[in-house]
Design a binder for this molecule. Sequence first.
Ligand code: ADP
Ligand code: MG
Length: 679
Amino acid sequence: MYQLQDSVLSIKGIGKNLQATLENFNIQQVLDFLLFLPLRYEDRSDIRTIEAIKNLDLDQDKTNFLTTKAKVIKWNEYRKGRLLISRATIADTTDQIACLWFNNKFLKNKISIGQEYFFSGRIKDGTLMQATVEKTDGENIHTGRLVPIYSQLADLKQGNIRRLLAEVLGKLHQSGEAEQIFHNLHFPRDPQQVIAARERLALEEMVFLMQKSASYKKQHQEKKAIFSLKTIPQNQIENLPFTLTKAQEKAVAEIMHDLSQKFPMNRLLVGDVGSGKTIVAALPAKAIVQAGQNVCLIVPTKILAKQHFSNLSSIFKEIEFELVDAENKLQTKNKEKGIFYIGTHALLKQLKTIKPSLVIYDEQQRFGVKHRQLEEHLCQTKRQAHLLNMTATPIPRSLMLSIFSHLDLSHLDQMPNARKIAHTWLVPEQKRENALEWLVKELQAEDPKKSRKKQALIVCPFINPSSYQATENVAAVEDIASNLKKDLQKIYQKLNFPAKTELKIGLLHSQLEKKQQAKIIKQVYQQEIQLLISTPMVEVGVDLPNADIIIIESAERFGLSSLHQLRGRVGRQGQESYCLLFNSKGLNQAQANQERLQKFCQEKDGLKLAELDLNNRGAGDLLGYQQSGFANLKFASWTNLKIIEQAKKTLSENQSYVSFLQSYLEKDSISQGINSATN
Ligand code: ADP
Ligand code: MG
């Protein structure tokens, strides 16, 4: 019998080595392992007769997994050099078919002649290739049903992951409910069971977050600010290169007000990419610096730090700035004057030395991801720095307030005029070549005004949304790049391009060494690379101010919020920009979900898109494509109002509700994020 809190070492089939490997994936307890959820499910429940398989229109069904239930009538195995070849003939009442396997040394012990099995595989030249074989008695886990497919977990094979999970689920000693939920998540009868079980996890998470937030609010009320403004300065905005939007003005006023209070600010500034959060944070920061205090602005990338540093120091000439990152170490300066420090996470190590009165933390869209060093710094003493978090996560206001009662909220719901959202088109497959030709011409043309050429970004499919680093994502980039190069060659020939004017292409993904990544980004900056092919990592980490065009491959796999973040990567300097959506090649109409993407082309509002995302979620997503989360919530979604209502109700009925996920949620970063915001 297993308990949720047991170490994974207690699971039959997991030894010390595997335990150590799982540790790297943050899987320590049985509960963690059960929460290693399938990436998607493959429908292998459709069991066909051999006759039906042979009659298939193979052109159409070639890529599909086929399952049949048949008896083995012939079996042999032989070596050809290093290759072990196994062959079988299997038969049912309708017909017979050949099976072929390579290097499967376990098959011999599994298969007996005359016995019936499920066989699942793909058909090639009339033969069933590399089929999985499973007995027809007992609960089958690999075939004849909805089969869970997991992301890469160390070097475990899919079959092994399933077998280990089935072992745990078979002997889970738990109140019936949790057991059933986990069973439905891994081995569901139908997609509805997955949806219900996922919603249940989401509910647990929401309740947990609300409980946390309430307890932090209580602690927060007992803290004092290190420094408060005596008066709120007026006429601050006279020297700005633009006029603030009404939304910006309001947010600045809210922050200024907080800074004049005796207790520390704990505010979240929410605004879409390009809504102008930086200046909203910088104006109050300037007031603090002018009052002789230090401010730290912490941003996710070195490039952003440099950008903010040069922009803000040219706008606010009257105060002193300092850039701190891995290369620019902290300098000791005149302590009499306040300094506006701007930097990457390197700045976190210096908080003790700098002693800022205001910390501004820019999390991009990954709301809730905060750094332990910041948390530690903030909870040191009874006196605390004011904290302003900035995020582009589209979180509806009412919703934020009801979940995070301990945070104050400013919302930029208005875009500055200068910033245009990229013109967006969904490109049908037959127009793909035309689109690429257009791209080539655009990138070749000199922009007369800026004396530079345009730049484009191609983002590859999100094969494995659980991790930007997943090997699947990297494989997709390399695949797309090599296909694209072929396509481009055709276009060059057609347009009669001399070889030296061909586009310079760069490849970027997270498995490249950091140095190599930095080199590529630099080349993009210096316009040496015109076309950058990348994993969705650009969604989070990379800022490319010059990019004009973005092409998103396999767009049907992305949530609308993610697509919106991605198209926010181009036109950063207010130039006209374009976003082209390509579907995966050979996708059928239903899978492509054209309507959803069509709506995306029309809709420019990030919040509305987040809501559309919610409405579009359903069985289809679970059987193939996943939402890519924009925040690091584990299970819930910021836009799922139903779950949030349920969570409130659960709490009102039982204040001291204890979730069966508690030990898991406690170590999750979002709750640590909340923690830091108030401690
Ligand atoms: P984000 O909210 O994504 O952090 P930024 O603060 O980087 O957005 O602002 C995006 C761009 O818009 C910057 O170039 C900034 O100078 C500009 N900007 C900000 N506010 C305004 C405004 N009120 N009018 C015109 N341009 C603005
Ligand atoms: Mg920003």
